[in-house]
Design a protein around this ligand. Structure first.
Ligand code: ADP
Ligand code: MG
Length: 421
């Protein structure tokens, strides 16, 4: 069938179904071969040769190999695979930063290949927004100026673009930071600016290529939660790329697994876990064998602390009361861990009007580092009088409460906020 007829047919189908669900992204038999011998390489693909063999024979790299899938409006579709499996290439094909060797991409039923430069720009502008891994912020522009950048290049006037940018900054919780510069913000906040910039366009689809991969584990989890929350209210379509199985399982409505440019399985997190399509998927999923793979950084939560330089028994008592804690870790301004104090001692010291936490400081801290596997934590936490401290270079990174370990071993969603030991 010629492309023209195909397009017409598609249009007719669209008309017929009208508003009924045309998938917002349709990818059909999409391939990308990097190199000069694409024809030959494609022929070898037909013959079933592997990416490696094709590279050997032709010097060409298979980026994406005959990928086909649909993304429905409003879903979070995750593309997961190891580094080099073709995820970024696939995203670039979808927003047409690169041309495919074969196959098609339809956005809202429209064939990208049939669009001229102007239409393509419109699609990128109105339908697709990209969030990058390394934030891609301009250091000498304020948060607001960064967020309005996409609108600025579209020539939208200053008032309107500032209004839109402010609104999207508020959505990501940065309403109070609009006049700061990126360098003044934490990594997580910078990533929010990147997200706000993408949202300012009010696109139908967010393309997020390893958007959270550069963030610290705790911040990363927070961002995942926030994205899910935002998604609840925005109802955008999100194409989310990651190499991290936990992340994929956490946020994906459906997950496509890539290997050597091919999509080897598409399914809900449950389907992927319960019914891995082949050995490769199974290998990936085996990693979910929780006690083996999960380590301290996966289950730690943000610690409540008091500062030995600033806080005395009264301040500590106040904080513990407010948070409902029977013990609390003591750090300094640089987050170096000094020890912990327990409620009884703190209360006594406060009654005696003591000024300092040093006298009642306990230093027999149950300690692990971020990479300590679950099994070891499990053994340690059993006898620990306080939550286990996760320490790296002497600094307190997080704490682990007993409930989190048990929940994680049982394979249930770890609710890091609702558990106390
Ligand atoms: N511009 C390019 N030129 C040649 N090879 C490329 C290019 N971009 C990506 N590749 C190759 O295509 C494959 C897929 O890469 P990529 O899509 O970046 O993977 P991922 O994002 O999953 O890590 C890799 O083998 C990579 O080396
Ligand atoms: Mg990539």
């Amino acid at each position: 069938m010629s492309t023209e007829i195909k397009t017409i047919k598609r249009t007719i189908i669209m008309r017929k179904e009208e508003v009924t669900d045309v998938p917002i992204i349709q990818v059909e038999n999409l391939s990308k071969i990097f190199g000069k011998n694409a024809k030959k390489a494609t022929k070898y693909l037909d013959e079933g040769l592997s990416k490696e063999e094709i590279l050997e024979k032709t010097g060409n790299t298979v980026g994406v190999n005959r990928a086909s899938f649909d993304v429905e409006a409003g879903e979070i579709f995750v593309i997961m695979g190891l580094s080099g499996s073709g995820k970024s290439t696939l995203v670039r094909l979808i927003n047409r930063l690169i041309d495919p060797t074969e196959g098609s991409v339809y956005i809202d039923g429209e064939d990208l290949a049939q669009m001229d430069g102007k239409n393509l720009r419109n699609v990128r502008r109105e339908k697709l927004s990209m969030v990058f891994q390394r934030f891609g912020l301009f250091p000498h522009r304020t948060v607001l100026e960064n967020a309005e950048f996409g609108l600025e290049v579209q020539g939208i006037d200053k008032n309107e673009r500032q209004e839109k940018a402010k609104k999207s900054l508020e959505m990501v919780g940065l309403g109070g930071y609009i006049h700061q510069f990126p360098g003044q913000l934490s990594g997580g906040m910078q990533q929010r600016v990147g997200l706000a910039r993408a949202l300012a366009n009010d696109p139908e689809v967010l393309l997020m290529d390893e958007a959270f991969s550069a963030l610290d584990p705790l911040i990363r989890k927070e961002m995942q939660d926030e994205l899910l929350e935002l998604q609840e209210s925005m109802k955008k379509t999100i194409l989310f790329i990651t190499h991290d199985l936990d992340e994929a399982l956490r946020i994906g409505d459906r997950i496509a697994l890539m290997k050597d440019g091919r999509i080897v399985q598409i399914g809900t997190p449950e389907e992927i876990l319960v019914n891995p399509a082949n050995d490769y998927v199974e290998k990936f999923v085996e990693d979910v064998d929780r006690s083996k793979v999960l380590n301290a950084e996966h289950i730690m939560k943000r610690p409540e602390t008091v500062n030995i330089e600033k806080h005395g028994p009264r301040a500590a008592l106040e904080r513990m009361r407010k948070e409902g804690l029977s013990s609390i870790y003591v750090t300094d301004t640089k987050r170096n861990l000094h020890g912990y104090v327990v409620a009884e001692d703190v209360s006594d010291a406060a009654k005696q009007e003591k000024k300092d936490l040093k006298e009642i400081l306990k230093t027999d801290v149950p300690k692990v580092n971020t990479q300590t596997p679950m099994q070891e934590i499990f053994d340690l936490i059993h006898d620990a009088p306080v939550p286990v401290a996760v320490v790296e270079d002497g600094k307190l990174k997080g704490i682990i409460v007993r409930g989190a370990v048990i929940a994680a071993l049982a394979g249930s969603e770890v609710n890091l906020n609702g558990i106390d030991s």
